[in-house]
Design a protein around this ligand. Structure first.
Ligand code: ADP
Ligand code: MG
Length: 339
């Protein structure tokens, strides 16, 4: 695309963050042989539409890079990278990519339309999930992540918004889960950090300590993020939920996770040790694979619970000792750069 050229169909005042509720102006338009039918989601980088593939006459999910970001080379590269990474892994729990390209300055990825909802929507509708359901969802995400790791790829953005839950095949498999959004995926042991524009758009609730401090990352940072997500599916809030981004960054680096059995009385204490290990500050102390973590968790959750609670309570406990909180360290500063 030529520099900052704008598609004439797009509203001139459209902000980079594409806030929800704004009519996109693209519904009913055809892009690269896909007829846009409705908007189904948006994240930090893109808007996702349900669309009709006019060549094959089927429904697809069409992900379009936000028009403002399409002028930014970093985002363009990341978006193109995402389509290649996602397409390179053939796995039942990774959304298959059908097609990707650029037309009239719009970058797109066409992929399987997942009829369902992401985990953010599911949790806000259902609240904390029964342990068996949480375990099934965790196992499917874990197998997708371990497959990515086997390709020497680290997802680096495991969070509820990137986990799609569709209806399963039968009573034994009530849900089918897909991991999506490979936009931040990197080769194992590559350096991460905050220097890339937009790296941490959105929530910090699932970011591993080594990602925050800019150390090399490998698959164990996904183990950590997955553990944050699974914790949330069980209690309704991630383990290091705090009032401000500064406090979340601090907690991810220095606070111990609250024991699961205290946050949701009734869950077995055996699960506390599993989360303590998966959420270790040091990657060496975590489980070696995501499935190892989930297997340990599911067997801990199968043990009898200790308390008498119904397990439905949602409490968020802070673990900070009394007294004023320490000043946030200097390394955290560039995180809040605006797009
Ligand atoms: N294949 C799909 N089928 C259905 N919905 C999807 C699909 N891919 C993404 N979504 C929805 O769109 C949202 C944003 O997609 P995502 O790929 O995470 O974009 P971003 O890179 O902007 O975060 C997701 O949270 C999900 O709700
Ligand atoms: Mg996303």
């Amino acid at each position: 695309m030529a520099g900052g050229e704008r598609d004439p169909d797009l509203p001139a005042d459209r902000p980079a963050s594409l806030p929800a509720g704004r009519p996109s102006g693209l519904i009913g338009k055809e892009i690269a042989g896909y007829l846009l039918e409705s908007e189904i989601g948006r994240g930090g980088m893109a808007v996702v539409y349900r669309a009709r593939d006019l060549r094959l006459d089927r429904t697809v999910a069409l992900k379009l890079l936000a028009p403002e970001l399409a002028r930014n080379d970093t985002f363009r590269k990341r978006f193109a990278h995402e389509s290649r990474v996602a397409a390179s892994i053939d796995h039942p729990h990774i959304v298959p990519v059908f097609d990707a390209g650029e037309t009239e300055g719009i970058l797109y990825i066409a992929m399987r339309y997942v009829a369902g909802q992401d985990l953010v929507a599911l949790l806000s509708r259902e609240g904390p999930l029964p342990p068996a359901t949480a375990g099934r969802i965790a196992a499917q995400v874990a197998s997708a992540l371990d497959a990515a790791h086997a390709h020497d790829l680290v997802h680096r953005d495991v969070k509820p918004g990137n986990i799609l839950v569709a209806e399963g095949t039968d009573r034994d498999h009530p849900e089918h889960v897909y991991l999506t959004d490979f936009g931040l995926t990197k080769k194992s042991l590559s350096l991460t950090g905050f220097t890339t524009v937009g790296e941490f758009v959105g929530t910090l609730d699932y970011v591993a300590p080594e990602q925050i401090s800019g150390k090399p990352v490998d698959g164990r940072c996904d183990v950590y993020s997955l553990a944050c997500v699974v914790f949330e599916t069980l209690v309704g809030a991630p383990p290091f939920h705090r009032e401000t981004d500064w406090a979340v960054l601090w907690a991810q680096q220095y606070d111990p996770p609250p024991p699961l059995s205290e946050v949701r009385p009734g869950l077995p204490e055996a699960a506390d040790a599993v989360f303590a290990r998966a959420l270790s500050k040091s990657p060496e102390e975590r489980y070696g694979t995501c499935l190892e973590f989930v297997a340990a968790l599911r067997s801990a959750l199968a043990e009898p619970g200790t308390g008498t609670g119904t397990g439905g309570e949602v409490l968020t406990t802070g673990t900070r000792p009394p007294g004023p909180p320490p000043a946030p360290p200097a390394w955290a500063r560039p995180v809040f750069r605006e797009l």
